[in-house]
Design a protein around this ligand. Structure first.
Ligand SMILES: Cc1cc2nc3c(=O)[nH]c(=O)nc-3n(C[C@H](O)[C@H](O)[C@H](O)COP(=O)(O)O)c2cc1C
Length: 327
């Protein structure tokens, strides 16, 4: 049996498969099942900044109509926010008690991060081994330039890094004009890891009902190429760890990500679509492949196909197909 252990954001994981934040990581029964299925770590379902704000506002509206007292607003909103954060912190604490593997708390939000200052101190004591911040931007406001969005994003990242003392990763999208520049900036900010990349909610339209609906929330096993590209391009240029995420459905793709330089992968869709046995199948493939190639440890092959290690580094950057298709 090969040694599948990996170091990720200062944590020692028994293997490189992390259960990504999803409904499967939203309750203790399911979290325990994921540990039993063999994952190396678990990212708990995110607490959403907007959810805290919105639910708190809603409660305030309902309760205030009974109390009819202006001063009650601040008190009720604060109490409601506390309630949602407390519920989340209890989930993380219970996950820590129930499992032996590392538990990563997750906070999901947008904007320039001023709200993190308010919430972060409370998360320091919930027992999580690490923290993942999921930042998402849909650049839908035509009055705001890409430059301004990136400035806000970096401001957000800086605040989060300053406020959160635990090992910290940032789960980001790929839709920046220069992902490599942003990734390097985050390295300068001393993040412990980046999760490449977030998969956004996809809108769709029901043509019979003439309504908006959710697109398929699950990835397919061919959705990993953009992730592989940026892991391969950046892994040797930065000090922080990379965790590959999106479209990793089998052991072969897991191996590709490590060869490109990822320290770990996060998986979600394959667990929801194919069940928790997927973890074992992926680990079996990784182990058999390592034995075949005579690798004893992940570090022996991690990043050996990253751009900087190639005799022809341009192979990672070709933008046109040129001769790849002979039809
Ligand atoms: C139903 C569902 C709920 C999700 N909820 C969260 C969440 O709360 N926080 C988060 O960071 N990512 C969330 N994700 C995204 C996943 O963690 C993961 O990043 C994404 O699905 C891509 O990985 P995959 O291709 O293995 O599915 C969710 C995904 C799905 C399908």
């Amino acid at each position: 049996m090969a040694n599948l252990m990996t170091n990720y954001m200062g944590l020692k994981l028994k293997n490189p498969i992390i259960a990504a934040s999803s409904p499967l990581t939203a309750n203790i029964d399911s979290i325990k099942k994921l540990e039993d299925a063999g994952v190396g770590a678990i990212v708990v379902k995110s607490i959403f900044q907007e959810q805290i704000d919105k639910d708190a506002e809603l409660n305030v509206d309902i309760e205030q109509s009974f109390m009819n007292h202006a001063d009650a607003y601040g008190f009720l909103k604060g109490a409601s926010e506390d309630h949602y954060i407390d519920m989340y912190l209890t989930l993380v604490e219970d996950a820590k008690k129930a499992c032996d593997i590392p538990i990563i708390a997750s906070l999901n939000g947008s904007g320039n991060g001023s709200w993190i200052k308010e919430y972060a101190p409370r998360f320091a004591y919930c027992g999580a081994d690490a923290f993942e911040i999921n930042h998402y931007i849909i650049a839908s406001n035509a009055n705001i330039s890409g430059k301004e969005i990136e400035k806000d994003f970096i401001k957000f990242a800086k605040i989060a890094r300053n406020e959160i003392k635990l090992p910290l990763s940032l789960k980001m999208g790929s839709n920046f004009s220069s992902p490599s520049n942003i990734i390097r900036e985050l390295d300068f900010l001393k993040y412990d890891a980046l999760v490449l990349f977030n998969r956004f909610y996809n809108p769709d339209i029901d043509i019979n009902e003439l309504t908006m609906k959710s697109g398929n929330p699950l990835s397919t096993n061919t959705d990993y190429s953009e992730v592989l590209r940026w892991v391969g391009l950046m892994s040797e240029e930065i000090n922080l760890d990379l965790c590959a995420n999106t479209g990793i459905h089998d052991g072969e793709t897991l191996i590709k990500m490590i060869l490109a330089g990822a320290s770990a992968v996060e998986i979600c869709s394959v667990l929801i679509g194919n069940g928790l046995d997927s973890v074992n199948l992926m680990l079996e493939k990784l182990n058999n492949w390592m034995e075949n190639k005579h690798y004893n440890a992940i570090e022996e092959f991690k990043g050996i196909l990253a751009q900087e290690k190639m005799s022809d580094p341009t192979i990672w950057e070709r933008t046109q197909y040129i001769k790849s298709l002979h039809i």
